[in-house]
Design a protein around this ligand. Structure first.
Ligand code: ADP
Ligand code: ZN
Ligand code: ZN
Length: 739
């Protein structure tokens, strides 16, 4: 071939196309599809990186204008043909540039790296080891991990056990472990064969699920499989069996989990079964480590990768299965960075490119996925029973009744009794509140004035710890006023209930209890999340108070009581997914109770006990909930019956953003002659100002996703031709997590 088709590594819509370059004789053998190259670009012939995405006999401009490739960066290809196709698909699907998609698919290339690895000392005092292994402490669990893996990167340990290297240092001081810095890191975890765990015998449901999945894996036309299995029904064990099968066939597996459930427990289960074949990625890896892992996956040195959203891009060319656990989680869709991809959609695309299977698992599937299963686009697999057969009993408590009985406390009488009972029995309790801070807002009792952040137009949150008001959007902090800024009244007070307030109430009501709190504020310092987790796990507290953070993944044997203090908050999001989110949250939180041998119970306090999401969550009746929710979606024409494209415009001028939004609406109307598209707005966003930028939005609905995207983007382009783009920005999202 004469020319190489090259994508320049700059993400800008103006140069989001292929450029042709000559292949010099001396580089002919080094250049293949996916090679990273250096090319001269633009008028000044600046050296710039690019990727070879194809070859061509003819060029798009006259021969004499075509420049030669200057050099290659690596003598191997970084991106395979199928992944170039994936990037092309992502560009269309997520309306971004090819360059940003390629950068998403391959990590930053880092070559000169060193790895801090923790391993056992050559000579170890067995007595010292035995002493540590006797007591259930964090050090013990770290040591067990090292014993099992033999050698493990310290970044993995820090991710799993907390940022501070306290545990590692202690083991080093005691002469049990050492930290070595290696240039060549064998990458994954090298397993100690002595620690191989026995496989449990599958129960009937699990066996049926496995057989079904295996038969699907053999079929030519594979559909994604949705496993709807309650928490503790043994889904993870099923995943493990599927991966075994895949490895037997010489193929590889990707397992996606929400980062928060990537705990030592989870990782350990996979490591003890797959040893050095498995590796995992997380936010604590350095760029060098990330690149190394990526390379090892590409070279086939590992065959299982576990990680959060971005692990979907692990470059296995012999991909056999993609498993997405807790598939309903909103974290699988990236809402901030471009490309705003959804890992579930990327998984389906990969399945079509590689012919691999996709397995989605959840106790509370997203309405979207369950709808697909009902329509036959997905296969459905149900696990109804918990492996240890104990389900928490869930009771809904009507807080209006409590008020009527003159109980003004945040605890119903029943919850108070149960907590006391638990403390007496030495069992642990989790109290859940869907919020953070001391109270949601500060307002004047006389004139009703609410303290609002002047950058963002959201009410300030009062934080008792720092005795100030802070904005959760821009981080601005101001002092608490003594008098109302508007009417000068001194009756300015905080309202609502936050975790800090709950903590105080708990201490007041149960003075003998040891209390821990886990929310955005107590976990801001690095590693504090793990620290609180560890404290609770080893039994250093009776009660853990927390927000969403404690709803997921946490698995504590001794927790037998879960109290949801106010189940109403998430119901009033003003989002069409409010009931879905509530159902998922309540089921998940309640699922934290009774993970061990003892029966668990959950008490859900609410002011709207008739809300159907709560009723079905109480009965653990997902299907019932789905039936009712899908009717609502259908009647209101919400997803999955339509797609929603949201355009948010923002500008420092309130007048300008409003004016431009109206212009855009006119253009949208103009091109909507057949009324194929539903148009809503323009109106100010629910949060009308963030960081001094005024925000307006337009919502466009249409069942046909491709048409919807084309039409919306076309209209935005039309608008851009007509206005000054300096002080306006556009944020486009298809079916965003939150509107
Ligand atoms: P899920 O992923 O659905 O929450 P898990 O796979 O984590 O469920 O299983 C819950 C618990 O039951 C785990 O401690 C697991 O080791 C155990 N378990 C799973 N399957 C079996 C089985 N067939 N026999 C015995 N124990 C099992
Ligand atoms: Zn603010
Ligand atoms: Zn006032």
């Amino acid at each position: 071939m004469k020319y190489a088709s090259i994508i320049i590594s700059i993400s800008h819509s103006d140069i989001d196309r292929i450029f042709h370059y000559k292949i010099p004789e001396n580089l002919k053998d080094k250049i293949s599809l996916g090679t990273r190259v250096i090319v001269p670009f633009g008028k000044g012939n600046k050296s710039i990186e690019g990727y070879v995405v194809g070859f061509s006999e003819v060029a798009d401009v006259d021969e004499k204008y075509i420049k030669p490739i200057l050099n290659v960066c690596e003598d191997y290809s970084l991106i395979s043909e199928r992944r170039i196709e994936l990037a092309m698909w992502m560009r269309e699907k997520y309306y971004t540039t090819l360059s940003s998609c390629i950068q998403c698919i391959i990590p930053k290339v880092v070559k000169d790296k060193k790895f801090a690895l923790v391993t056992l000392e050559d000579e170890v005092d067995e007595n010292e080891v035995a002493k540590i292994l006797k007591k259930d402490t964090k050090i013990k669990r770290i040591l067990e991990f090292i014993l099992e893996c033999k050698v493990i990167p310290s970044s993995h340990l820090k991710f799993l056990f907390g940022e501070s290297s306290y545990g590692i240092n202690t083991l080093v001081k005691k002469g049990i472990c050492k930290v070595v810095y290696e240039k060549i890191y064998r990458g994954s975890i090298d397993k100690n064969e002595n620690f191989t765990k026995e496989k449990p015998t599958l129960n009937e449901e699990q066996k049926k699920a496995c057989d079904f999945i295996f038969s699907q894996m053999e079929s030519e036309k594979k559909k994604p499989i949705l496993i709807n299995g309650v928490t503790g029904s043994g889904k993870t064990e099923v995943y493990i069996r599927v991966i075994e099968k895949v490895i037997e066939k010489g193929q590889a597996a990707i397992v996606l989990v929400p980062e928060i459930s990537l705990t030592a427990q989870t990782v350990d289960r996979f490591v003890s079964r797959f040893g050095s074949k498995v590796s995992f990625t997380h936010s604590k890896l350095s760029d060098g480590e990330r690149f190394d892992q990526w390379l090892r996956a590409r070279n086939g040195d590992i065959s299982v990768m576990i990680g959060a959203r971005s692990a979907i891009f692990t470059p296995f060319e012999n991909l056999g299965v993609i498993i997405i656990d807790e598939e309903h989680e909103s974290t699988y869709k990236s809402d901030q960075l471009s490309p705003k991809y959804d890992a579930r959609e990327v998984a389906e695309k990969l399945a079509s490119l590689y012919g691999c299977s996709v397995i989605l698992g959840s106790a509370t599937p997203s309405i979207n996925s369950y709808f697909k299963a009902q329509k036959g686009e997905y296969e459905l697999c149900v696990l109804k029973n918990r492996v240890n057969n104990l389900f928490p009993s869930i009771e809904i408590i009507d807080m209006r009744q409590e008020l009527a009985n003159r109980n003004f406390s945040i605890f119903s009488r029943k919850l108070k009794n149960e907590i006391e009972e638990n403390i007496k029995n030495g069992e642990q309790t989790i109290l859940f509140l869907n919020k953070r801070g001391y109270s949601s807002f500060v307002s004047c009792r006389e004139c009703g004035y609410v303290m609002v952040c002047d950058n963002c137009d959201v009410s300030y949150t009062y934080h008792k710890g720092i005795n100030s008001l802070s904005c959760h959007y821009c981080g601005k902090q101001v002092a608490v006023p003594n008098i109302c800024p508007k009417c000068k009244s001194k009756y300015i007070k905080y309202f609502g209930t936050g975790t800090e307030k709950v903590e105080q109430e708990v201490i007041k009501a149960f003075p003998e209890a040891r209390v821990l709190r886990m929310d955005v504020d107590t976990t801001q310092r690095k590693g504090s999340h793990q620290k609180i987790y560890e404290e609770f796990k080893v039994g250093n507290a009776d009660i853990l108070i927390g927000t969403q953070m404690i709803a997921k993944g946490l698995d504590f044997e001794n927790v037998t009581l879960v109290g949801v203090l106010a189940a109403d908050i998430s119901l009033h999001f003003g989002d069409y997914r409010a009931s879905e989110v509530t159902y998922q949250l309540i089921s998940q939180v309640c699922g934290r109770a009774g993970r061990g041998k003892k029966q668990g119970r959950a008490l859900v306090q609410t002011y709207s006990p008739d809300e159907y999401s709560l009723k079905y969550a109480q009965k653990n009746d997902y299907e019932g909930f789905y039936e009712e929710e899908i009717l609502f979606r259908q009647n209101m024409v919400y997803p999955p019956f339509t797609n929603i494209f949201v355009i948010v415009l923002s500008s420092s001028s309130e007048w300008f953003v409003k004016d431009v939004s109206q212009k855009l609406m006119m253009i949208l109307r103009h091109y909507n002659k057949d009324n194929i598209f539903g148009l809503l707005g323009p109106c100010a966003c629910a949060i009308s100002k963030i960081n001094n930028k005024y925000r307006w939005q337009i919502i466009i609905k249409c069942e046909d996703e491709v048409k919807l995207r084309k039409y919306s983007l076309y209209c935005v382009e039309k608008l851009k031709g007509k206005i000054d783009l300096k002080d306006i920005s556009f944020q486009l999202s298809l079916n965003p997590n939150f509107i």
